[in-house]
Design a protein around this ligand. Structure first.
Ligand code: XMP
Length: 482
């Protein structure tokens, strides 16, 4: 006989009870949290691994704000690796593998490399990997003969300012400033190139003090993988490129396919944190935790572009899912990522209060400048595309990429989509959106009288509300000015 659960609730069904507070300002709260067992973030926000939300540009912006982006997997392994590398190269204490060329390579080759990798300079080496010069965009701006060797144009070794590996950031900053240079190559006693410090990296480090960084000062980034096909090779390549976390992302994560994939990855791609989902029950969480994952992603059907619940009849209202999964995962100290259904900052506070370590967001970030794709104009308004990864267009696109020979006109009829394609209003820079979202959470913490997210989880008390309560919560009985 089927069993029956009396009620499931979601964010709009509840409010948090205000508590006595001695938090004088929302500046005085700390939003740091665990994404996974070994990854700490300074804000609890993760951008969704959707092809309309997270590629390198979004991941860079998210990590600079203290969150993290998960690069989607709907591209070739090489493309996804390049996205991860772009994030890892966006800033670092020391660039460990700067772009280099040999002194006898040509100006044309240098121009090609600089354009392809979007860099303003390359270091020039001899055959024994010793630094012999530096070539910058300024050196080649007016040069015409593309066949000449770059040794003709570079600043040669005797005029270079270099430093020893291990130089401290303050000292490097002073040298860059004193000599009015942008790049400081690090060279060991034998003249071999060790790395590069750039003024741009130092400025970025100062500017984004809360950024989520790895041990080498590089921005954190995650990458999504599946459980069939090339997923092991993909996982290995992503980890090699520097991905800090892999996210096994399957619509129904409480499945044998995911368990088998976790076991395989633990054997063949064991570094980095492994996150798996999506689940919506304590049972599902328990099984993934027992397999040794470092975080569990929770959410079946709450997303803005999801139709899973409508198409299949399955799902759990998101607040109940987060409460139950978080309670289970807390027994083993494994963080929960509440994925989908965040419509405003108050929903984030509720998800965190319910026990999530972080929230994953698609819709609210899909309209920003940093999401992939162009803006479209509709009735004079700017929009960006947001589409479910199980929508018709995304599914067909995936099949065309993976097995073009099997795609036919009939294929459209065979797809049973569990998501829709949509547009969302253009929202400008992601930094501003994140500021508002985190600002709401900070205020929420002060209403609860807590200074940490752990205390929010401890102290929170939910009260269910009715439709009338919801109406009262929204602006009402006024006419908006705009
Ligand atoms: P929001 O509400 O932030 O949710 O836009 C983003 C999350 O939605 C999930 N997602 C889907 N779920 N069909 C689904 O049922 C889909 O096609 C689909 N695409 C994305 C995913 O968990 C994402 O992070």
């Amino acid at each position: 006989m089927a069993s029956f659960r009396p009620q499931g609730l979601t964010y709009d069904d509840v409010l948090l009870m205000p508590k006595r507070s001695d938090v004088a300002s929302r500046k005085h709260v700390n939003t740091s949290t665990q994404l996974s067992r070994n990854i700490t973030l300074s804000i609890p926000i993760v951008s969704a691994n959707m092809d309309t939300v997270t590629e390198a540009q979004m991941a860079i912006a998210m990590a600079r704000q203290g969150g993290i982006g998960i690069i989607h997997r709907f591209m070739s392994v090489e493309q996804q690796v390049r996205q991860v590398q772009q994030v890892k190269r966006a800033q670092s204490a020391v660039v460990e593998q700067p772009y280099t060329m040999l002194a006898n390579q040509t100006l044309s080759e240098a121009r090609h490399l600089m354009a392809e990798q979007d860099v303003t300079g390359v270091l020039v080496l001899d055959e024994r990997e010793r630094l012999v010069g530096i070539l910058t965009a300024r050196d080649i701006r007016f040069a015409t003969d593309g066949t000449q060797p770059i040794s003709n144009l570079m600043t040669p070794q005797e005029r270079l300012i270099t430093a020893a590996p291990g130089i401290e950031a303050d000292r490097a900053r002073a040298m860059l400033d004193k000599h009015k240079i942008e790049k400081l190559p690090l060279v060991d006693d034998s003249g071999k190139l060790y790395g590069l410090i750039t003024s741009r990296d130092l400025l970025q480090t100062n500017r984004f003090g809360n950024a989520a960084r790895d041990g080498k000062g590089r921005l954190l980034v995650g990458a999504a993988i599946g459980v069939v096909g090339d997923y092991v090779e993909r996982a290995q390549a992503l980890l090699k490129a520097g991905a800090d976390a892999l996210v096994i992302d399957i619509a129904h994560g409480h499945s044998e396919g995911v368990v088998n994939a976790i076991r395989t990855l633990k054997k063949h791609a064991p570094s980095g944190d492994l996150i798996a989902g999506n689940v919506a029950t304590a049972d599902g969480t328990r099984e993934l935790v027992a397999e040794g994952v470092d975080a569990v992603k929770v959410g079946v059907g709450p997303g803005s572009i999801c139709t899973t619940r409508i198409v299949t009849g399955f799902g759990v209202p998101q607040l109940t899912a987060v409460l139950e999964c978080a309670e289970e995962a807390a027994k083993s100290g494994v963080p929960i990522i509440a994925d989908g259904g965040i419509k405003q900052s108050g929903d984030i506070t509720k998800a965190l209060a319910a026990g999530a370590g972080t929230v994953m967001i698609g819709n609210l970030l899909a309209g920003t400048r940093e999401s992939p794709g162009y803006t479209v104009l509709r009735n004079g308004q700017r929009y960006k595309i947001s589409r479910g990864m199980a929508s018709l267009s995304a599914t067909i696109g995936r099949r065309e990429r993976e097995a073009p020979e099997q795609v036919s006109d009939d294929g459209f009829n065979e797809v049973v989509p569990e998501g829709v394609e949509a547009v969302v209003p253009y929202r400008g820079e992601v930094t501003e959106i994140i500021y508002q979202l985190v600002g709401g959470v900070r205020s929420g913490m002060s209403y609860c009288g807590v200074r940490t997210l752990a205390d929010l989880r401890e102290q929170a008390e939910f009260v269910p509300i009715t439709g009338a309560g919801m109406r009262e919560s929204l602006p009402h009985d006024v006419q908006f000015l705009s």
